[in-house]
Design a protein around this ligand. Structure first.
Ligand code: IPE
Ligand code: IPE
Ligand code: MG
Length: 254
């Protein structure tokens, strides 16, 4: 097994590792239920998977990793589960901050942070501040995030600038739009990984995913390990990203 994992790792072309990987960490609840446990244990185990993913991505030289941790729609879950998830975020951040420092990881958050409970916001902000000067992997957690929320906020911000006379309508370009999203300055994802068997985007990074490669895994998130990440990257490296051009053009680098 160990040998097999090492073998997969050795097949990865280190020069073509995706710069930005985004993950929809799905399947925590079903994993717990499958094992006769409460959904909460699935979320707890999901934190372990995320810890391993941050380490593995950093080791591979991935520059950005964005993890869908809690969506705008997830606020509609039973209050008990929402509360447990918010408390788990605090526990995880406090436990993980020393490791993030040691591994030179910078934490960022995207989403409607104002909706989070005060203690969740506080520990998040403390970790963002503590890791702000780290220069390795940028680890972005999407919390209370949805793409439609984000796009709506972007439209409001752009409209305000137009209204204030700071921006002309003719000057609204794709770059202007990108610069007004929560991901401003962060390169678009190269690879999206969704675990847990569903084949949908669930309101994640709709603008940013325009040309990302999509990879779906049936593995439940609490069981997702480095070998699964290697598998996803190897699959990604087999693909030809054409961005609308022909295969011929890509081969000739035109
Ligand atoms: C993903 O796992 C984690 C969150 C959405 C917070 P789920 O909790 O959605 O797990 P399933 O899909 O019910 O198995
Ligand atoms: C998507 O998972 C959001 C996160 C992983 C945080 P869900 O389990 O909420 O997705 P849907 O609603 O089943 O599509
Ligand atoms: Mg789910």
């Amino acid at each position: 097994m160990e040998e097999q994992i090492a073998n997969r790792l050795s097949q990865i072309d280190k020069a073509r590792v995706p710069r930005h990987i985004v993950v929809i960490m799905d399947g925590n609840g079903r994993w717990a239920q499958k094992n006769g446990m409460d959904r909460y244990f699935g979320h707890q185990e999901g934190v372990v998977s995320l810890h391993k993913m941050v380490e593995t991505a950093g080791d591979l030289g991935v520059q950005y990793l964005t993890a869908y941790t809690f969506s705008t729609e997830n606020w509609k879950r039973p209050q008990e589960e929402v509360d447990a998830l918010m408390a788990l975020v605090v526990i995880a951040i406090e436990r993980e901050t020393p490791g993030l420092m040691k591994n030179n990881v910078r934490l960022l958050a995207i989403g409607d942070i104002d909706r989070l409970p005060q203690d969740t916001r506080n520990s998040l902000q403390a970790c963002i501040n503590a890791t702000s000067k780290n220069t390795g992997l940028t680890f972005i957690i999407a919390l209370s995030y949805s793409a439609r929320w984000e796009i709506t906020e972007m439209v409001k911000a752009v409209a305000q600038e137009v209204k204030a006379g700071e921006l002309a309508v003719e000057d609204i370009t794709e770059d202007v739009v990108s610069a007004h999203l929560t991901t401003a300055g962060i390169p678009d994802p190269d690879l999206l990984i969704r675990t847990g068997g569903e084949h949908r985007i669930s309101n994640y990074l709709l603008w940013q995913l325009a040309y990302s490669e999509l990879y779906f895994s049936d593995v439940y998130w609490p069981e997702f390990r480095e070998e699964h990440l290697y598998e996803a990257i190897l699959d990604y490296q087999k693909r030809e990203r054409r961005f609308g051009k022909t295969g011929e053009q890509i081969k000739l680098n035109k």
